[in-house]
Unconditional design. Structure first.
Ligand SMILES: Nc1ncnc2c1ncn2[C@@H]1O[C@H](COP(=O)(O)OP(=O)(O)OP(=O)(O)O)[C@@H](O)[C@H]1O
Length: 552
């Protein structure tokens, strides 16, 4: 900002009076001022960028730790695609606007006031020109903001949509190909993509008017300054150097004004992103721990038990209960099996044990303690579960097993793999350090299941849950696995919960629950149910017809 003053002096006192040493003097001053300006500008960019990146890093970390503690309900409410966009794209918007704010929000007002003051000091008659150009500029900026800001806000939602369609396309790629729906999916993606592009193009086209409008106003202002300044010079009321300095200050004033207004264009966009991020950060998980002072804890010396007392549960928005009045009680060393048709409530029942959802009525106790009264962390320590759909992580077999128990030795791992009937194929694949691709894609469905089972067994727990985990195994492997499981000391001291569709899988359980439409319609041993329960008998009959009644 000091440069125009030096230029003005250089012209009026150096060039006009042909004073070479003064010109050199001013030249050196200009160099020093420029270098200081350069260092300051570099420092400004550096600090603004690093601070913005740090804010982004912190936000991403907060989002991640929040999301991993969400219950299924919050995932359903937000949707996976939206959570990913919020953690990536929305945070990038915040970062960008922070850089802009830190660089311009502080600099522009200072420049605007200082340049205005210096310009007024040079020649206050010329400052009258700003009385015309600044209102014109303000009207143009407000008009541009009026049209662009709503568009910027809707861009975020359209990014969500692109992510959603893209994710579905990726995860369902095999199904899409099998049903020859490539064209349909491509069109769906193109639709979302075009919609986003149209909105973004419109928004940026409107913003792009800013620069031509600015140039026009700036040129008009300069013409006004030269015209008025020319008259003042002709009347000997002003020097040429002052005019040159004034023109530079005028450019600085209008540029600062424009930069300040640009901040107001980008802030609303980041505001929309910030609101979306806050929705996630402020959302409390529907399954939360009781206050620490009131929390109960497990007594590790007590034997394992699992009991459901009149438990009922309804999914939010559902018309009827997914589970109604479920009662049972099982002790250490016992196996409880849950059998029933699809949609009868089997998975819902086992998902209530690790408290993935809060029950509406009744009580669930693990090792004699009501599960809602202990911390979720303690509860999850007590339970080891294999989900219906085996989930493996990218890494090695070892890293996947360590997920179950990070203290496990190689011997523990081989033992778990042996029980899970996975030892042979793990040996063939290259041992514990064999690669596991994303989602375990380099293993077959049955192999994935067995690795997931091994990961469940390796964890010391009070309750072992296998949610339809044996369905991907052939009868022989299924039988061998359950036999080996029964012999395992750790499992013998725990309660085992098996969900299955096949009678042969549940037949030797100590207690079998027969589920139908969310109700337990039969409860007992295989023999008792076979003799007295119509639904169980029907399941046996249907499996005999299909040649699947091996043990029935
Ligand atoms: N997240 C959910 N939101 C709403 N309803 C659900 C949800 N999950 C399951 N349901 C409903 O609850 C009922 C029981 O589902 P559940 O998954 O427990 O059945 P299941 O016996 O395990 O079936 P399958 O053998 O096919 O896995 C079904 O009617 C299902 O539509």
């Amino acid at each position: 900002m000091y440069l125009p003053t030096i230029t003005s002096d250089l012209i009026d006192k150096g060039i006009a009076k042909n004073d070479t040493s003064y010109i050199w003097n001013q030249g050196v001053k200009m160099m020093i001022v420029s270098v200081i300006g350069l260092v300051a500008a570099g420092g400004n960019v550096y600090f603004a960028s690093t601070q913005a990146m740090k804010v982004g890093q912190k936000l991403r970390s907060q989002m991640f730790s929040k999301v991993v503690n969400f219950s299924s309900r919050e995932f359903t409410d937000f949707g996976d695609a939206s959570l990913i966009t919020r953690t990536t794209n929305d945070i990038i918007q915040i970062q960008n606007v922070m850089v802009t704010i830190l660089r311009m929000m502080l600099q522009s007002p200072i420049m605007l006031i200082a340049a205005g003051f210096l310009a007024y000091n040079r020649e206050h008659k010329l400052t009258l020109i700003f009385a015309i150009s600044i209102p014109i500029l303000a009207v143009c900026v407000v008009a541009i903001m009026y049209f662009a800001v709503p568009l910027f806000k809707s861009i975020q939602k359209k990014t969500d949509r692109i992510n959603l369609v893209f994710r579905e396309g990726l995860t369902g790629v095999r199904v899409i190909r099998a049903f020859n729906q490539d064209k349909f999916e491509q069109d769906r993606f193109d639709g979302a993509n075009t919609d986003y592009t149209h909105t973004a193009t419109k928004a940026y086209t409107i913003v792009s008017f800013m620069f031509p409008v600015m140039t026009l106003i700036l040129s008009g202002t300069n013409i006004g300054i030269i015209w008025l300044g020319g008259h003042l010079i002709a009347d000997m009321q002003m020097q040429v150097g002052n005019l040159v300095a004034f023109m530079t200050y005028a450019t600085q004033i209008l540029m600062s004004f424009m930069m300040l207004s640009m901040v107001f264009v980008f802030v609303p966009r980041a505001q929309a992103s910030a609101a979306r991020i806050n929705q996630v950060l402020n959302r409390e998980s529907s399954v939360s721990d009781v206050d620490e002072q009131q929390q109960l804890s497990f007594d590790d010396n007590k034997p394992a038990t699992l009991s459901f007392n009149d438990v009922s549960f309804k999914y939010r928005g559902a018309e009827k209960n997914a589970l109604s009045n479920v009662n049972f009680d099982v002790q250490a060393g016992q196996t409880i099996a849950v059998i029933g048709g699809t949609g009868s409530g089997k998975s819902t029942l086992v998902n209530l044990i690790p408290r993935l959802f809060n029950i509406d009525h009744g009580s669930i106790k693990v090792d004699g303690v009501e599960i809602s009264q202990v911390s979720q962390h303690d509860l999850h320590e007590k339970i080891s579960i294999t989900q219906q759909k085996a989930v493996l992580f990218k890494g090695t077999i070892r890293s996947n097993l360590l997920y179950g128990n990070d203290d496990a030795t190689d011997d523990d791992m081989w033992k778990a793999l042996e029980i899970a009937q996975a030892k042979d194929f793990v040996n063939e694949s290259g041992g514990l350090d064999a690669e596991v691709e994303q989602n375990g894609d380099n293993f077959s469905g049955g192999q994935r299941q067995r690795l997931a089972i091994a990961r469940t067994i390796i964890k010391p727990a009070s309750i072992y849950v296998f949610d339809d985990s044996f369905s991907a195994l052939d009868f022989k492997t299924d039988a061998k696995l359950r036999m080996a499981l029964k012999k395992d000391q750790q499992v013998q001291q725990a309660v085992t919960v098996i969900v299955a569709q096949r009678v042969s899988t549940v037949a030797d359980a100590n207690l079998i629950l027969v589920m139908e439409d969310g109700q337990v319609v039969g409860q007992g041993t295989h023999q008792e149910l076979k003799d007295n329960n119509k639904t169980y008998r029907q399941i046996i009959d249907s499996q005999i017809e299909e040649g699947d009644g091996t043990n029935a």
